[in-house]
Design a protein around this ligand. Structure first.
Ligand code: 13P
Ligand code: SF4
Length: 390
């Protein structure tokens, strides 16, 4: 009988304080956190967070993405994937403060979808996303020029993954496109192909390719890869004219680590294992997996799985560990042999949350995420198209 890979690798108790320091403030990776943070070794952190949250009462609503640490998730009023959290944020107009335990692009989306009176707060401004950073407004504007010069822009509908900056969402809204998440990417592509003949999919090439090929029946040859670091994206006019899916060359550094070898190894190690992966994984990993879906889908599938079943999961480790702990009757292992946290998600730790909640409770608004009016109006168009998808 095979035994599960131990899931006993503990996240560092220390905040990852150096990461993102003095980074480009325009980047999703953000800037350093200005706060006077409590020490991570303070034994009263849990009590302090509880007391500050209680003091704030209904004024605060805490959202927690599934990749957040357990120490943070315990204080979330709701947990979810990025789609669910966007909807949850929009459905809470009475909360003055939305504390978003997730990453920068999620907090921006929450700001766009909430009322002008509500303040969205990100406990650490350096909690960005390397994938979102892979498509800047300038690069995407240049890409649109390339598509225009190739004579295809009019046939193209942009579809941008939620994991993108507000600027990219605004570009998408302006050009008649929609946002998608990993839970509704197929519906978004179905909608986009009703509006036009081609899709420009930003910024995650893998989610775009996997959805097009696995869920929509397109071929790999229907997809081309636009590389923003090459002249004309590294594509000829003919390639652009023949393509149905123009995939932006971006990826998630966390999910990008899973390989076909990880899948083959686990199948050898655990006979009868079900391989369940997130669609941000590479195409060959998704093609070799048994099940593919968003974080919400992964949780629901494992909740519904029979006792005694065996699972290898290809997504972020905080989530895998939490579901494994919740289901001791099932064998749930991490797909890769190496530890695979999202380092920017992990920046939101208990000291940052305590500092945020205590500051708000004292009347000091910290780390507010605000999208400017013009960007917001176009980005909202794109987000609302997503929320209206059938
Ligand atoms: P979902 O929350 O849409 O599953 O996306 C995963 C992710 O990478 C979030 O950053
Ligand atoms: Fe970005 Fe990947 Fe981290 Fe999600 S898991 S925030 S896509 S780097």
């Amino acid at each position: 009988m095979t035994t599960a890979q131990p899931l006993d690798v503990q996240p560092t108790p220390l905040a990852l304080l150096l990461l993102g320091r003095e980074a480009d403030p325009k980047s999703e990776r953000g800037v350093e956190c200005p706060g006077d943070l409590p020490s991570p070794s303070d034994p009263d952190l849990v009590e302090r967070a509880r007391a500050a949250k209680e003091k704030l009462g209904d004024k605060v609503f805490v959202l927690g993405h599934h990749y957040q640490r357990d120490e943070v998730i315990q204080f979330a009023d709701v947990t979810g994937d990025s789609f669910k959290l966007a909807r949850d944020a929009a459905a809470k107009p009475e909360a003055e403060y939305i504390v978003f335990c997730g990453v920068h692009f999620m907090a921006e989306s929450a700001d766009i979808l909430t009322t002008d009176d509500q303040k969205v707060v990100l406990p650490d401004l350096a909690a960005g996303c390397s994938m979102a950073d892979m498509a800047t407004a300038e690069q995407v504007a240049e890409c649109w020029d390339v598509l225009t010069e190739a004579g295809v822009a009019e046939q193209v509908v942009p579809v941008s993954y939620m994991n993108s900056s507000a600027d990219i969402k605004a570009f998408t809204g302006k050009h008649g496109g929609t946002i998608c998440t990993s839970s509704n990417a197929k519906r978004a592509l179905d909608w986009a192909f009703e509006q036009g003949e081609k899709v420009l999919f930003l910024p995650d090439q893998h989610l775009g390719r996997n959805t097009a090929v696995r869920d929509m029946g397109l071929s790999l040859d229907d997809c081309v890869l636009y590389n923003p670091h090459k002249p004309n994206g590294g594509l000829t006019v003919e390639e652009l004219r023949n393509a149905k899916m123009i995939l932006w060359r971006g990826h998630c550094s966390v999910h990008g680590r899973f390989s076909l070898d990880s899948v083959n190894d686990v199948r050898e190690r655990i006979p009868g294992v079900n391989v369940l992966v997130h669609p941000e994984c590479k195409h060959e990993v998704v093609a070799a997996a048994d099940y593919v879906g968003s974080t919400e889908y992964i949780i629901n599938t494992l909740d519904a799985a029979p006792a005694g079943s065996k699972w290898a999961i290809g997504t972020e480790l905080n989530l895998v560990r939490r579901v494994a702990n919740a289901h001791p009757d099932k064998e749930i292992v991490f797909l890769d042999k190496t530890v695979c946290f999202c380092s920017t998600m992990n920046r939101i730790d208990l000291p940052h949350l305590v500092w945020t909640l205590e500051s708000l409770a004292e009347g000091n608004l910290v780390n507010q995420i605000r999208v400017d009016e013009e960007t917001e109006s176009f980005a909202k168009l794109a987000l609302e198209r997503m929320l209206a998808l059938p």
